[in-house]
Design a protein around this ligand. Structure first.
Ligand code: SF4
Ligand code: SF4
Length: 380
């Protein structure tokens, strides 16, 4: 726990009324994306399938989460490679909502019984066709979009494109086009020391400005989550407190548990390789407060973006300001913060409160209450 805020024994383990269990049901994957974060520390492919049972997870939930709404994200590796376990979980947790985070290439294999229980799909792409195929393999973009369209008639779930925004070449048109196939587009700035050069940051600002313009010039709600979320946080700020206790909106400090196939629990799926971050264990039936908490060394409280950002990605802040990794801070954290502040400034230029006051009721309701905010990080 070196360098982390110590939690007092009297503090509640979870904040808020809902807890998301993000279950890495397998670490196997049928793709070999060049940047997979599970490659750090050799986590990827180290644990093929879940070795705890649905019954053990039920006992864990009944003991520690009986007073919360629990919802489940099927995660991996590629969760479509372990559908038997997903169906067991759905039978054992009939009251829960389910979300799936998938690379989208195997959607045609998912059984109807599983599709019927899903609230949302998070389907990974990296922008347009050229960039996605460059990272994920030739033909992947086309296959994923084809699968997404084909699955529409088989499920009532919402479909969300989850874009890791690496390339400075990704255009507004490419991101905008995804809104034609998906109900939402969520983007997250790539956390890579080479992805956020000063030139790339300028390019991304150019695209962000176009996305914000489109948001405020659309009659229906423009469903690009980080823009929606920024506007929501500015016009209905109480929502941040309802869902994540006013802390980072990926919920890593408050109400998100990532369960590895061996049952060990960590707060952040990108840092499964740091034993000091272990937060619990399903088989041993224990859990503690997330060790990833705001720290005095983090600059967020004095940041102009704090009122809507709230610390964005705790992994980013932890590596930069608690672990003191200077290269990470300069090449990843600071450029990301610059982009977030820019996005907020662009939103402010469009008078978001005036826009909200004029918006039709369905748009206001969706902006404030969309379920998608529970399934992704909201901030990029
Ligand atoms: S922009 Fe960066 S410094 Fe500012 S609140 Fe967000 S994470 Fe913290
Ligand atoms: S946003 Fe950052 S801290 Fe939160 S889950 Fe993702 S990588 Fe971890």
């Amino acid at each position: 726990m070196e360098g982390l805020m110590a939690a007092s024994a009297a503090e509640p383990i979870f904040v808020g009324h809902r807890v998301e269990l993000q279950l890495l049901t397998t670490l196997k994957c049928n793709l070999k994306c060049t940047y997979c974060s599970l490659g750090v520390g050799d986590v990827l492919r180290s644990q093929k399938h879940a070795t705890y049972t649905a019954e053990q997870l039920r006992a864990f939930v009944d003991e520690h989460l009986a007073d919360r709404e629990v919802y489940i994200t099927l995660y991996g590796g590629e969760p479509a490679l372990n559908t038997d376990f997903a169906l067991e979980l759905m039978a054992r947790f009939p009251e829960c909502r389910f979300n799936i985070q998938t690379n989208g290439t195997l959607l045609d294999r998912l059984p109807d019984a599983l599709l019927a229980r899903l609230s949302n799909f998070m389907i990974s792409v990296d922008g347009g066709e050229r960039v996605t195929d460059g990272f994920r393999g030739k033909g992947v973009y086309g296959k994923v979009l084809q699968n997404a369209r084909a699955i529409r008639s088989r499920t009532a779930a919402t479909l969300t494109a989850r874009v890791t925004w690496w390339s400075a070449e990704t255009t507004f048109e490419e991101l905008d086009a995804l809104t034609g196939t998906f109900d939402h587009v969520y983007f997250q700035f790539a956390q890579d020391e080479g992805a956020q050069t000063p030139a790339a940051v300028e390019q991304k600002k150019h695209v962000l400005a176009q996305l914000v313009d489109k948001f405020f010039s659309s009659e229906a709600l423009y469903p690009v989550v980080p823009i929606m979320g920024t506007v929501r946080n500015k016009v209905v700020p109480s929502r941040i407190n309802e869902l994540c206790g006013g802390m980072t909106q990926c919920r890593v400090s408050t109400n998100l548990l990532n369960v590895m196939p061996d049952g060990k629990i960590f707060p952040c799926p990108d840092m499964l390789y740091l034993p000091e971050l272990q937060q619990g264990d399903v088989k041993e039936n224990w859990v503690r407060k997330s060790p990833l908490q705001p720290h005095p060394a983090m600059p967020c409280r004095d940041c102009a973006a704090y009122h809507y950002c709230r610390g964005n990605c705790m992994k980013n802040m932890y590596l930069a300001y608690v672990k003191g990794e200077a290269a990470w801070r300069q090449n990843v954290t600071e450029p990301t913060c610059e982009l977030i502040r820019f996005m907020g400034e662009e939103v402010d230029r469009h008078d978001p409160k005036g826009w909200f006051a004029r918006a039709p009721m369905p748009v206001r309701k969706r902006l404030a209450d969309a379920e998608i905010y529970e399934f992704c990080e909201v901030m990029p």
